[in-house]
Design a protein around this ligand. Sequence first.
Ligand SMILES: [Zn+2]
Ligand SMILES: [Zn+2]
Length: 351
Amino acid sequence: MISYQIVEHGQPLQKKLSETPKPQGTEVLMRITRSGVCHSDLHIWEGYFDLGGGKRFYVKERGCIPPFTPGHEPFGVVEAVGRKVKGVKVGQKRLIYPWIGCGKCAVCKAGQDNYCVSGSRFLGVNRAGAYASHVLVPDPKYLIDTAGIDDSFASTLACSAVTVYSAINKLPKLGPKDAVAILGCGGLGLIAISVLRAKGVKNIIGCDIDDAKLAAALKQGAKSVVNTRAPDAAQKLAGVAAAVDLVGAPATAALGIGALRKGGRYVICGLFGGELVHPLPPIAQRAISIQGSYVGNVQELKEVVALAKKKKIKPSPIETRPAEQANAALEDLKNGRVLGRIVLDFEAVNA
Ligand SMILES: [Zn+2]
Ligand SMILES: [Zn+2]
């Protein structure tokens, strides 16, 4: 098999040839045809997340040690199955759920692999990922049929869309007039607006520093928009029932938490970086909650796929590039030259 590996953080990925694994027991060998390039691949490539105040979280502390193959938006074709595999056949196209847990702890058994407490096996995060011609999946329960959805778009559902969907699942019960602020109206923000609309939420406020993104948010169905660089942005947002922070920077956190009405909830899933300093008494006095959200579970990804099949989630612009351009894709993403998403095409990669 061929994989594109991080050999040294921040340096170009290297193409490596290795033996293709043979599936045992319940394992399924997938031949990758599409692999989405996610913004968090940049953190994995660079080797750390910014914790603010000069502090960093190094990805090597969670098992991402070079040589390492990134890629957590995997889509492919079943190439071989272990003897105990039921429910999938060689040749079937499937989306691969990447947030795989140990499969044994109580949290995994309850279907919450993404919160596994004893040895998660997240593809492309702490296990070799999908910038590769092949990926070994431990069980067919992690494979999802996306028939009717474009393959490249389907791959991006595995991280960006399920992350947004799971964050929205954590919102408090909303009344018909309750407002929800979406902080960051890039690709994730637009998905958030379509998911909220699909759930019947109407009072959606799109927030960004970029007027072009705000125009896109209105087109997607936001009721109003706020340019967060405006001096009166905080007043305009004041009183929202919930804020979903898809950026995760000190400025968006301050704005989102500050805008909540009493009993409101701030949900953060953006990983831009930095730290939160907030006075404690108002958290109690205003009875607000601060909720983190990380990717999503298998059931949530299935629900996202169902919404995409019904065209309730619209793809942001997707550019499919040959796998050989993995390095250029990361560079372009780092330099802000990507509108929408890049998906690598591994169809022509034979190994
Ligand atoms: Zn991702
Ligand atoms: Zn587990």
